[in-house]
Design a binder for this molecule. Structure first.
Ligand code: BGP
Length: 489
């Protein structure tokens, strides 16, 4: 058998795209709650008041300007508010995951469900109770939770009033929140991720940055690194069974051609992705990054103890998302984010409807690359095929079946490469949690029609629908994959 018998097969979600219940149980607003839906052709925007009180909207990379504050505008549709309502469907959903045979389930905790403003000392009891109930429900079926503490959300109050991650205070607020989780969920959850896709956090939603000044970004990010390292330390102290990982968006990257200059440029592009892992796995800023910051005259305020904190807070495993591969070419800003509209085309690969270049073999390369470089256990915490599903209806107008052979083909090819990495290359891979195991809101576009699930949720791009859940063909296929521990694909 290629995969170890305790291999963690499962699926992945995130609160802001899945949970809903945004104003229930004492939850506070997060930065994602002021983010409207977009589409393949229209970028998502945040609604905010500028420093003079004018209502405006900004896309992800448009700086909102100092003094701006995110606001909810009456009558607008914000996908995170309801999402697909895990808040009221968790028992039903977990039963479906169990039916597929999940051994693990990745979810995130909504920071503002526990700390509505973000800076409170003690947690909202109702929020704690909700997650405890969820974990107990998972344990009932022997499903191990993998908990992301921060998946792209930040308390709106901290962003609006306290400078978000640019302020050092946010480190303390976050570590208090993480400590609360370790204390309250000890014995229920042992696998944790500190920050989701740490290399994709460059915007107001995730960091609370208001300008496009590199100083502001690097300062905020430094605080995130410190908060993550302190969280690792705290988690180990609270319970020696805790395993705490990092998470990066990592794709295979190919140099455009074989010229020496192209290759050197390629190495620099790789560094742009790898330096986040270097800090979190090795415990210090790599020399190439220090030199780059020096050259750009970027100054980061660091506390005296930060070097030690980063050293002591290295992670136990590397979680990463893998969806597509990219090509590096001088003059092109190679990004691992969802917007691949400016990506260099790879003639050897096909794309999905959102322009993502599908590359299963690249996954095997990446597994080798990360394992060689860091020698830490790896976990593919996101992977999957986002596409449009067309349900078949019966005479009464009820959904009868969803034939998603394209999703099965994508996952089958990727798992086959994973298997080779484990069996032939000796990579220490501990788990696989494909993204959006149940249909949920797309992070990039805010749409519902970009679906990843094994489970179909009846809802449209404006949040209208019965929210009923249906098994797709991939549901039964994945059930058999887990049942045979990956032997039958
Ligand atoms: C990653 C995020 C997820 C998820 C996924 C798919 O970047 O961690 O939150 O949404 O990508 O992206 P999208 O939803 O844009 O298809």
């Amino acid at each position: 058998m290629a995969f170890p018998k305790d291999f963690l097969w499962g699926g992945a979600t995130a609160a802001n795209q899945y949970e809903g219940g945004y104003d229930q149980g004492g939850r506070g607003l997060s930065t994602q709650d002021v983010r409207k839906a977009g589409s393949r052709t229209k970028k998502r925007t945040v609604t905010y008041l500028d420093r003079d009180g004018n209502l405006k909207e900004a896309t992800r990379f448009e700086p909102m300007g100092i003094g701006s504050k995110g606001v909810v505008v009456e009558g607008e549709y914000y996908p995170s508010h309801q999402a697909v309502d895990f808040y009221h469907h968790y028992k039903e959903d977990i039963a479906l995951f169990a039916e597929m045979g999940f051994r693990c389930f990745r979810m995130s905790i909504s920071w503002t469900r526990l700390f509505p403003r973000g800076d409170e000392e003690t947690a909202n009891e109702e929020g704690v109770r909700f997650y405890r109930d969820v974990f107990i429900e998972l344990r009932k079926y022997d499903i191990e939770p993998l908990v992301t503490l921060n998946h792209f959300d930040l308390p709106l109050y901290l962003a609006n009033e306290k400078g978000g991650w640019v302020s050092r205070d946010t480190v303390g607020y976050f570590v208090n929140y993480a400590r609360t989780c370790f204390e309250n969920f000890s014995g229920l959850a042992h696998y944790w991720i500190t920050f989701n896709e740490i290399n994709c956090m460059l915007d107001w939603n995730k960091l609370g940055i208001l300008t496009d000044e590199p100083d502001e970004f690097y300062q905020a990010l430094h605080h995130v690194f410190v908060a993550s390292a302190l969280t690792v330390r705290e988690g180990h102290r609270k319970d020696s069974r805790n395993r705490i990982g990092m998470m990066v968006a990592y794709g295979a990257m190919y140099p455009f051609d074989c010229s020496p200059d192209t290759y050197l440029n390629h190495l620099h592009c790789m560094h742009n992705m790898q330096w986040y892992c270097d800090v979190q796995c090795r415990g210090y800023y790599p020399s190439y990054k220090k030199k780059e910051l020096e050259r750009l005259q970027i100054h980061i305020e660091q506390a005296e103890e930060d070097e030690r904190i980063l050293k002591e807070g290295t992670v136990d495993f590397i979680g990463f998302s893998y969806y597509f591969s990219v090509v590096s070419k001088a003059g092109i800003n190679v990004m691992m984010t969802g917007d691949q509209s400016h990506a260099v085309e790879n003639p050897y690969l096909k794309k999905n409807e959102w322009g993502w270049q599908i590359d299963p073999v690249g996954l095997r390369s990446v597994l080798n690359e990360l394992y060689d470089r860091y020698q830490k256990p790896l976990w593919i915490v996101e992977n999957g095929y986002g596409g449009i599903d067309t349900p078949e209806y019966d005479f009464e107008g009820d959904i009868k079946a969803i034939h998603d052979d394209y999703r099965i083909a994508y996952l089958r090819a990727h798992i086959a490469e994973m298997k080779k990495a484990v069996e032939l290359d000796g990579v220490d891979l501990i788990g696989y949690t494909p993204w959006g195991c149940i249909d949920l809101i797309s992070a990039g576009t805010g749409e519902m029609s970009k679906r990843y699930g094994f489970i179909y949720v009846e809802m449209d791009d404006q949040g209208r629908g019965s929210l009923r859940r249906f098994r797709k063909d991939s549901f039964y296929w994945y059930q058999n994959v887990i049942h045979t521990n990956g032997e039958e694909l």
